[in-house]
Design a protein around this ligand. Structure first.
Ligand code: HEC
Length: 129
């Protein structure tokens, strides 16, 4: 096998620019999804209603309320702790918190979109204050 020094030189910049490209498209996708979802106020209202119905007996779902269940984190701090994509996956597959008090929930894709719209709106409100 013959090693061509030029071959090595060409590979690295290509690698680096591919890596940059994939990082950039990740950021753009994330930004796009976030802003598209945040703009839909119907979805936000629907998401809030789903969470109010299913989660609010334990979790604080608003900007200033206190969780009724002392160990349940307010959603406004959950969204700062976890990437929204991770929550989407958990909502689809069923959130298992490892806490016996919390039931396992699974949601349909349109419900998840609404929930994420609402959760994103919590994050936006926090940042703009
Ligand atoms: C009966 C009470 C109860 C209900 C209802 C409930 N939760 Fe929880 N949830 C908890 C408790 C308690 C914890 C803290 C678990 C822990 O620290 O192990 C928790 C934790 C979480 C976490 C964080 C998990 C982690 O790994 O930190 C998320 C996300 C969450 N809940 C989402 C939801 C959503 C979404 C709903 C409604 C669809 C919901 N919960 C309904 C009690 C509840």
């Amino acid at each position: 096998m013959r090693l061509d020094p030029n071959e090595g030189k060409m590979k690295f910049p290509l690698c680096a620019s591919l890596r940059r490209l994939s990082q950039a498209s990740y950021v753009v996708t994330f930004w796009f999804v976030g802003s598209a979802v945040a703009a839909d106020s119907d979805a936000i209202a629907k998401g809030r209603a789903i969470l109010a119905q299913n989660c609010a007996r334990c979790h604080a779902i608003g900007m200033t309320d206190i969780s009724p269940h002392p160990q349940a984190p307010p959603f406004r701090s959950v969204v700062l702790r976890y990437p929204v994509e991770d929550l989407a996956e958990s909502l689809a597959e069923g959130i298992v918190s490892g806490h016996p008090d919390m039931p396992v929930f699974t949601f349909e894709p349109d419900q998840i979109d609404a929930i994420l719209a609402y959760l994103n709106s919590l994050k936006g409100a926090k940042e703009s204050k």
